[in-house]
Write a protein that binds this ligand. Structure first.
Ligand SMILES: [Zn+2]
Length: 472
């Protein structure tokens, strides 16, 4: 499993000097070393940035569009790169593995260090025991904590860091018992902690930013006031708009809910287009080698007008870092999620995913700058699971054979800013939503982690790495 190799500071310096990365990073690291020398006990911070569904296909598609095929994302210049196994166990037989995760179980691996079954929020498979999260442990040890997401804050990835429930869809008191799912043992009436929003409202998390207001307007179970009122009674200042976010300076707990559901994505397909099915001619239905096929017309990505009033991931994250680091000698743990890389891949909308990855990359750049000035800061960037999108030839490599070869799924042919044509394909099913896939995911880290992370680790090791850095 993980080998956290202790390294001498001299060795670390050599690694920093000899590492072949961009000049910006080298000079910034040298600066960090200087700061360390003048302050031997800096605050210890962990910033864990999760791109939901951000596998290497998603990263490559986004790089091609945003920077060009030979260009580089901020991610590409980070000094540590590892590959992470995504472990999921069976609900019925927790000693058996299954091979494709959801965000609930994969997030739980990172937040608690224990693999669980799909749809579980920081609880064990089958036995349904609550597992303490890194956010709860950090708070108990005196660290400040924060959760930022472009999804509803009750969605699986943010939820696994500060709540415990059998089923991820039990997001508010009205969703605890439905026809399709229920969380009976988590009902307050049965001695449980209530829904995800009710748990977040009474949590000790210092900063919670994202969407999901609709999960805070229902009445708390067994009470007469809303979940939002419960959060206010528990000391949270509530933010609702971009302006609220810009203006907040409070030292107390802050809950920012900037949309009813998930936050709007930065980009969308031209005129709202998503992937479309290739259209074979009638003759092709007679025999696969006959007739011809019309592929979807090429398109560009465009700014999503729905996002005009939506705070960016960067603005939420930079405010969270400001609030968590001000007057704080101990340090903090902050989880930041770019959620809709996944959601837009489910929706076969590659431009949506590209915009979300762009938001993640600019947030990573900000976090790295913060770490340069606060050298006790460990930055980890990873994904929770792989997704459906594939980067494919924009027209078949077999098209020269003069037979109509085309994807059985849906595809987009994106005109890139560098003037190329990029094919993105979705073919996990014919349902209205694509599915996750099971490949290992990438992990990137800043210079603090050099020599401390093996080439191939498990998601549960990410919990150990963060825990060890904070000394929990
Ligand atoms: Zn998903």
């Amino acid at each position: 499993m993980l080998t956290l190799r202790p390294i001498l500071s001299a060795l670390r310096s050599i690694a920093l000097i000899s590492f072949t990365v961009g000049t910006t990073f080298l000079s910034a690291s040298a600066f960090a070393e200087d700061v360390t020398a003048s302050n031997p006990n800096p605050a210890k911070n962990v910033i864990l940035i999760i791109g939901d569904g951000m596998d290497d296909h998603q990263i490559t598609i986004a790089r091609n569009y945003l920077k060009g095929a030979a260009g580089r994302l901020t991610l590409d210049d980070m000094p540590v790169r590892s590959s992470v196994a995504v472990l999921t166990v069976s609900e019925q037989a927790p000693d058996e593995y299954i091979y494709v995760a959801d965000s609930a179980c994969s997030g739980t691996s990172m937040s608690t260090g224990q693999a669980t079954s799909r749809a579980r929020i920081a609880t064990t498979a089958k036995s349904d025991i609550d597992i303490e999260t890194i956010v709860e442990m950090a708070h108990k040890s005196g660290f400040k904590t924060g959760i930022v997401s472009t999804s509803s804050v009750t969605d699986a990835t943010p939820a696994v860091f500060a709540s415990h429930i059998q089923y991820r869809f039990c997001e508010n008191p009205e969703k605890m018992v439905t026809e399709r799912f229920s969380c009976p043992q988590d009902l307050k009436a049965n001695g449980g902690p209530g829904s995800i929003s009710e748990q977040l409202a009474v949590s000790n998390v210092d900063v919670i930013f994202g969407g999901g207001m609709e999960n805070f307007t229902p009445t708390v179970e067994g009470g007469s006031t809303s979940v939002l009122d419960s959060a206010i009674a528990n000391g949270f200042t509530i933010l609702k708009t971009k302006q609220d976010l810009n203006n907040v300076t409070t030292a107390g707990k802050v809950l920012g809910l900037f949309a009813d559901k998930h936050l709007a994505t930065k980009l969308r397909g031209e005129d709202g287009r998503i992937a479309e099915k290739p259209e074979p001619s009638l003759l092709n239905s007679v025999h696969w080698s006959l007739g011809e096929v019309d592929l979807p017309e090429p398109m560009t990505c465009e700014t999503n007008p729905d996002a005009a009033d939506t705070p960016s991931l960067l603005s939420m994250s930079s405010k969270a870092i400001e609030l968590l680091s001000t007057d704080n000698d101990k340090g903090f743990f902050l989880m930041i999620e770019s959620a809709s890389i996944d959601k837009q891949s489910h929706a076969r909308n590659p431009c949506g995913s590209i915009g979300e990855l762009d938001q993640l990359d600019e947030t990573v750049a900000y976090a790295l700058k913060f770490a340069d000035q606060h050298p006790g800061t460990l930055i980890l960037v990873t994904a929770d699971h792989a997704q459906a999108a594939q980067l494919v030839p924009e027209s078949s490599m077999f098209s020269g054979l003069d037979i109509p070869v085309y994807s059985p799924g849906s595809m987009v042919r994106i005109i890139t800013p560098e003037g190329g044509l990029m094919g993105v394909n979705y073919a996990t099913n014919d349902f209205f939503a694509e599915e996750h896939t099971g490949a290992a995911v990438p992990l990137y880290a800043n210079d603090v982690a050099i020599g401390k992370i093996d080439t191939y680790i498990s998601q549960t090791d990410i919990f150990d790495i963060a825990k060890q850095h904070l000394g929990l």
